[in-house]
Design a protein around this ligand. Sequence first.
Ligand SMILES: *Cc1c(COP(=O)(O)O)cnc(C)c1O
Length: 370
Amino acid sequence: MSTTEPATAQRTRAALDAVPSYKQGRTLAEGADMVKLSSNELPFAPLPSVLAAIEAGLNGLNRYPLTAAPALTEALSRRFNVGAERIVYGAGSVEIVSQFIRATCAEGDEVMYAWRSFEAYPMLVQTAGATPLQVPLTADHRHDLPAMLAAITDRTRLIIVCNPNNPTGTTVSAEELEEFLSQVPASVSVLLDEAYHQFDDGVEPIVGAELLERFPNLSIAHTFSKAYGLAGLRVGYGIAPAGLASALRKVAVPFGVTDLAQRAAVASLEAGAELEERVDAVLAERHRVVSTLEAAGWTLPASRANFLWLPLGADTEAAVEVLERHGILVRPFPGEGLRVTIAEIEGNDRLLAGAAELAERGVTGGLVSH
Ligand SMILES: *Cc1c(COP(=O)(O)O)cnc(C)c1O
């Protein structure tokens, strides 16, 4: 057998050469005593009622799923009081974001988002042939909505507002968002990416759904991957104006959401109270970790999500090493900071032990207090 690669004459799109590959949060080696806090997953196994719903669908795996997801659509339509024609589905809400970009942008049109924000945005924008317009976060790691307004051009087709923002955990206030939405031209779509909205226990948590009726260019993207704990099943949805929704369906991956994922999503919506308990447990842990860190001298941006942002700047890589020695995997952004998921007590205690060692060395992140 030849060990050399055959010379290839196959062509790939030149534009892709400049696109970085998506870097997944580091995964665990089999048997390693490490806790994975690098992907914002829920630490709990699926609820028994959700597992039962999945099992009930196993016999139908020879069939394609129903693209319209009728049972899930009925449940979501009731929950958000919107017509079925406004609900769209994707293999996770990352596919929903991709649909919005490809349904609104031709070659060279612009998609605006804050930076730093979700790692997938630049990749999805560039692979669609659109142009990213990245507007820096404020010094306190929040969306700079006035700067975003000022950056709109006549090529801007889509603005993504990630709220709470991944990786900084910060939110925009309802007032700021309304002010912003009232000034964005009606021809520009605004997508609120609310992947973490269930963890937003702020003074006035914003659920985009309440704003949908008032702003006809507003849409939202939600996922079952985070608070619902179904990251492995791949199901997300969007709520958009009807005309845009039908364009989104045209660019969707056909049969992208499996029947098992649809069943699990319906069962999850029915298990609201149990899931809320799990979210509350994560929030209680987030409060405990934050107050312990603050007592030790850390100053962090206020997180309203299931993760914390440690703005460590040049100390980031050294901090990652220390935290790995304490048995946790985190998500580093070299030179900027690291994101760490709030999980169950043991993983969080490891974070606190690692952070205590960092504090002894004089590393307490804090570029900003709140
Ligand atoms: C995790 C995440 C998503 C969605 O993830 P899926 O698993 O594709 O549903 C969307 N937006 C942000 C900001 C996220 O962090």
